[in-house]
Design a protein around this ligand. Structure first.
Ligand code: E4P
Length: 217
């Protein structure tokens, strides 16, 4: 499973990238706003930092302007993926850009039927939003499972990019269900390392190292 980092914070991306944890990056208008940076400048920096795909989202809602914005974003770097919303116009933009050989991430997916449409429009990635479904008491994981089944039934190449990941359990469930990619905030990716028995075991080892005065260097 690939790990994308869901942020526009350069330092956080760099820290995870140095550990080989970053297969790509996703941004959205809210994350750009949070960074306080210019979208073109910060996206360029992210693209220079990581080798994998970097999703940059259009701001328009009509297909023609989405395509024009997508083409401008694609000029930033070779590893740009254009992110478009899952609307009829977004699907039109997806089809036009993928027909030209570009990568497109179709975002704001909340149903399996929407994911089916995105795959038929040639999407490179589909982004089902798990956390936002959970927020309204719907089952985000059921959506991942349904999309996996449908894409496998018909051999669609579109990668399932599980988004709106809020917890370590979301990551685990996505891995079990066969999501191709998860995109998560840096804090969630770093939290995957935590286990109380690791902390407890390390504390016991440290006590014995001290008691026996064990030295290696
Ligand atoms: C990424 O592509 C999505 O925009 C992001 O994961 C949404 O996450 P949120 O629901 O926590 O804002």
């Amino acid at each position: 499973m690939k790990f994308f980092v869901d942020t526009a914070e350069i330092d956080a991306i760099a820290e995870l990238n140095d550990l080989g944890m970053v297969d790509g990056v996703t941004t959205n208008p809210s994350l750009i706003k949070k960074s306080g940076r210019d979208i073109i400048e910060v996206t360029k920096e992210i693209c220079a930092l990581v080798d994998g795909p970097v999703s940059a989202e259009v701001t328009a809602i009509d297909a023609k302007t989405m395509i024009a914005e997508g083409r401008k974003l694609l000029e930033i770097a070779d590893n740009i993926t254009v992110k478009v919303p899952l609307t009829w116009d977004g699907l039109q933009a997806c089809k036009a850009l993928t027909d030209d050989g570009h990568k497109v991430n179709v975002t704001l997916c909340f149903s399996a039927n929407q994911a089916l449409l995105a795959a038929k429009a040639g999407a490179t990635f589909i982004s089902p939003f798990i956390g936002r479904l959970d927020d309204i008491n719907l089952d985000g994981m059921e959506l991942i499972e349904d999309i996996r089944t449908i894409y496998d039934n018909y051999g669609f190449d579109t990668e399932i990019l599980a988004a709106s990941i809020r917890s370590a359990n979301h990551v685990l469930d996505c891995a079990r269900l066969g999501a191709d990619v998860i995109t998560a905030p840096p804090a969630v990716i770093k939290a995957l390392v935590n286990h109380p028995l690791t902390d407890k075991g390390l504390a016991a080892f440290l006590a014995d190292i001290k008691a026996a005065d064990i030295k290696i260097l």
